[in-house]
Design a protein around this ligand. Structure first.
Ligand code: NAP
Length: 254
């Protein structure tokens, strides 16, 4: 029996990076997975890989910042698998700009995806999990939701918002007795397409600067975060809610 056997999980931004690693790990551990992303081709490839390994999954093209598309993604989960027990609000974008360089339109775009998307996924996730007898919601924040970076103004604000919003929603569900736990995850720099976009390659000075911020001596891999999400998604973490799981190679320990 896998660690999330019999459960149905929805992972946003599941086509690449941390979302892809999470979707594939949850499937290996027995969950049926709804992979959602704006990227159709890459999302369908993730579903094909899960099926090739004997797992069950569907792809839904889904912009996590769209309320209508959230309703459709959750309907697709009930139609395919009859329920939903786990929601991983992973979709997000980065913007490497200071407060002075950031336009209002850029600021709003980052909040729309990183914060509104997590709000919608939590709101409609709670509704779906209640119908399914409870479960777990995991929201991707960041080390950038814990400490500031002068070059990540809008991103810092969005990830700080995810951190404290998660606690509010977790307390609400606990007080209501829904059997729904909600926690946030705080990765350090992980070598995914998002960070490849910032550092360009492993040969650049930017890459070495990022490495130097992590006392452990290297960047993380997508699986390092997927294993933490698996723990929070599974019943192994049944006493955790409103918590912050930091997986950052010591970045915030200093
Ligand atoms: P990634 O490599 O950029 O992959 C994210 C995926 O989500 C991409 O397929 C992306 O498509 C998709 N996406 C973007 N906006 C979306 C939307 N509105 N609706 C649905 N899908 C959308 O990112 P990642 O590094 O795996 O990061 C995943 C999460 O972890 C993010 O929330 C990120 O902020 C957080 N995080 C990452 C790191 C890190 O170092 N990598 C550290 C801390 C926290 P497009 O490529 O078309 O945008």
């Amino acid at each position: 029996m896998g660690r999330v056997a019999e459960k149905v999980a929805l992972v946003t931004g599941g086509a690449l990076g941390i979302g892809r690693a999470t979707a594939e790990l949850l499937a290996r551990e027995g969950a049926k997975v709804v992979v959602t992303d704006v990227k159709q081709k890459e999302g369908e490839e993730v579903v094909a890989r899960i099926k090739a390994q004997g797992g069950e999954a569907i792809f839904v093209q889904h912009d996590a910042s769209s309320e209508d598309q959230w309703k459709a993604a959750i309907d697709a989960s009930f139609k395919a698998f009859g329920k939903l027990n786990i929601v991983v609000n992973n979709a997000g974008i980065a913007l490497g700009k200071t407060v002075e360089d950031t336009t209002l339109a850029e600021w709003r775009k980052v909040q729309e995806i990183n914060l509104d998307g997590v709000f919608l996924g939590t709101k409609y996730g709670i509704e779906a999990l209640r119908k399914s007898g409870g479960g777990s919601i995991v929201n991707l924040s960041s080390i950038e939701g814990l400490v500031g970076d002068p070059g990540l103004a809008a991103y810092n604000a969005s990830k700080g918002g995810v951190r404290i919003f998660t606690k509010s929603a977790a307390l609400h569900c606990a007080q209501a007795g829904y059997g729904i736990r909600i926690n946030s995850v705080h990765p350090g720099y992980i070598w995914t397409p998002m960070v490849e976009g910032l550092a360009e390659s492993e040969q650049t000075e930017k890459y070495q600067r990022l490495v130097s911020l992590h006392p452990i001596g290297h960047l993380g891999e997508a699986d390092d975060i997927a294993y933490g999400i698996l723990y929070l998604a599974s019943d192994e973490s049944k006493f955790m809610t409103g918590s912050e799981l930091v997986i950052d190679g010591g970045y915030t320990a200093q």
